[in-house]
Design a protein around this ligand. Structure first.
Ligand SMILES: N[C@@H](CCC(=O)N[C@@H](CS)C(=O)NCC(=O)O)C(=O)O
Length: 86
């Protein structure tokens, strides 16, 4: 399961969710960050040492930094659509 950790009112999370939506990927988004908290726990910091959102967990493969997540998802799922580089 693709999981995105990040509150819905975060612009960086929104960019990732836009990409997830464009690619039509099954996913779960978890409210983390801001008033939801959750970024200071050892579990979260083990995924994202910066303690920021968004963080992606793709069946155990973890990435953070919104643009990095978008490029990963686009290369994995968006050949010919979001990913058209040669
Ligand atoms: N360069 C990072 C910036 C991440 C960032 O600054 N995220 C903000 C929300 S947009 C954050 O984590 N703020 C603290 C919080 O929401 O708890 C990225 O693009 O992912």
């Amino acid at each position: 399961m693709l999981r995105i950790h990040g509150r819905a009112n975060s612009s960086n999370s929104q960019m990732v969710m836009w990409c997830v939506g464009e690619l039509g990927l099954a996913h779960e988004r978890l409210d983390v960050g801001g008033s939801f908290g959750g970024t200071d726990t050892p579990d979260y910091r083990s995924m994202n040492p910066m303690g920021l959102i968004p963080t992606m967990d793709d069946a155990g493969f973890v990435l953070w930094e919104s643009n990095t997540i978008i490029r990963y998802l686009a290369t994995k799922h968006g050949a010919g659509t979001l990913w058209s580089c040669h």
